[in-house]
Design a protein. Structure first.
Length: 481
């Protein structure tokens, strides 16, 4: 976020920073009966333990250096499972194209005896998983990456990464049908692979997998969190060599595959993804890597930009008042609460300052639940409470899960509106990912109703935020009415 004079200059310098950083606290399944509240792309919202089925078959696949570790067990089941998915999907979606299994599979430990893969030593491939086209090889780091993913996010994170790498193998099999050749930009190949992964997870969520079950709430939350983890860092350009996309871009691709299937993924090209890709370098005017200090002044800018974004609603926007963060008579969703009695948003500035400190990558990687997520995370929380006032003004309900989705949709619409001329706030590189990181936190209000009740499906939360960002506030009331 940049608080200052509005301008959207095109940046000259790209800061090429390496990957990695993640959000805390989305791992693990929850106990309980399946239940339905709303839906996830047409599927019911379900709650149950996600992961390898107790009665899953034992795959018979030739994997070099396979161990009997839990991670290798999940990895090899994921390869067998995604192969099953493509056995059905390739002929069905691509003119009868037969499925050919991947020729080589390799499990490696970067700290163990080095193996040679794709011309490099596995000792140099820590925290990685990859597909190598010349050898038709899928390889994964069972020593560091997979245990990390499994412990932090759950088994579905491991399946996500392998589903993605397998997606690259499919891409090479499709070749022309996916519009992929030697000139194809990395970002296109990555978007397709994330999208293919979404198609695979839909199939799993529909109960068609022999190996895994995934719930559409906590199970897909693990996927969302792992896509966030493997995002590019703020400041990268989508056209940089090796660009994989922001978390916003990666979740978009995954959800497209989940909703529309593999043929849609194969149609992704530079032409049709470029207009929506959010990955951009820092603006020359961005100070502190795009992060501003959360202050009374910044809250003033925020109020102005919210008033401007929702002027069309024709209602009196709430005032933002500094206090305890709770209402005197009404909701307490500190650090920010919407108070219907006097149409104000009460904020605890000290707490927001904490939350809005620049993203701390080390705290994220170590899994610190209190890791700061950047200025835009804090401002988006306040904006979510402001939109309660807008919703109340137009007579919408404030206390159900539709209200939660409408709220995140409106926050997305506001985020996009900050890009208009005359706004003293504007998005900087990484801001949307700060919103997604915050949105995936169990504490977040961005997709919560006036009482702070959060929509349980992270997938639905991310989708509604993006909808508002890309399409404006119109669909927010139509879709989540
Ligand atoms: Zn990839």
């Amino acid at each position: 976020m940049f608080g200052g004079t509005a301008r959207r200059g095109l940046p000259a310098v790209a800061a090429g920073v390496a990957v990695l950083a993640l959000i805390a606290g989305c791992g693990g399944g929850t106990q309980g009966e399946a239940q339905t509240v709303g839906n996830v792309s047409g599927l019911p919202v379900t709650h149950f333990d996600s992961g390898l089925k107790p009665d899953a078959p034992k795959p018979d696949l030739p994997v070099q250096d396979l161990t009997d570790s839990p991670e290798d067990t999940i990895a090899v089941a994921a390869i067998a499972d995604v192969s099953d998915y493509w056995k059905e999907t390739l002929p069905a979606s691509f003119d009868g194209q037969p499925f050919e299994p991947v020729k080589k599979l390799l499990s490696y430990d970067p700290d163990g005896t080095p193996a040679e893969a794709c011309g490099t030593s596995t000792a140099d491939a820590a925290m990685n998983a990859f597909y190598c086209p010349p050898e038709d090889l899928v390889a994964w780091d069972r020593g560091q990456l997979l245990p990390f993913l499994r412990e932090r996010f759950g088994e579905m994170a491991v399946v996500t990464v392998l589903g993605h790498e397998f997606g690259h193998a499919i891409q090479y099999r499709l070749g022309e049908k996916a519009g992929v050749d030697k000139q194809t930009k990395t970002i296109v190949k990555e978007q397709q692979a994330d999208c293919f992964t979404g198609g695979y997870f839909r199939w799993m969520a529909e109960g068609r997998s022999k190996y895994f079950t995934v719930s559409t709430s906590e199970g897909l939350n693990e996927v969302m969190a792992s896509l966030f983890f493997i995002r590019d860092q703020a400041g990268k350009s989508a056209t940089d060599r090796g660009a994989h996309g922001t978390a916003f871009d990666r979740t978009f691709a995954f959800q497209t595959g989940f909703e529309k299937g593999a043929a849609e993924c194969a149609s992704m090209s530079l032409d049709n993804i470029e207009p929506r890709i959010t990955e951009q370098p820092f603006d020359k005017k961005d100070s502190g890597e795009g992060d501003e200090r959360v202050s009374s002044e910044l809250l003033g800018y925020l109020k102005d930009s919210l008033d401007q974004a929702f002027a069309g609603a024709g209602v009196q926007g709430p005032e933002i008042v500094e206090g305890s963060g709770a209402c005197a008579n009404g909701p307490d969703t500190a650090p920010a609460s919407y108070c219907p009695d006097d149409n104000t948003v009460n904020v605890d500035l000290a707490k927001l300052k904490e939350l809005g400190r620049p993203v701390d990558k080390e705290a994220e990687i170590s899994g610190d639940a209190g890791a700061p997520l950047g200025d835009f995370a804090a401002l988006a929380e306040v904006a979510s409470r402001y939109t309660q006032g807008v919703q109340k003004g137009v007579g919408a309900s404030l206390d159900n899960s539709n209200a939660g989705l409408r709220t995140s949709c409106l926050v997305g619409a506001w985020a996009a509106a900050t890009n208009t001329e005359g706004n003293r706030l504007r998005l900087s590189s990484g801001d949307l990912d700060e919103a997604i990181a915050e949105l995936l936190q169990p504490r977040s209000l961005i997709a919560a109703d006036v009482n702070g009740n959060q929509v349980p499906s992270g997938f639905a939360r991310v989708e509604s935020l993006r909808k508002g960002y890309l399409e404006g506030s119109g669909p927010c009331s139509e879709q989540y009415g």
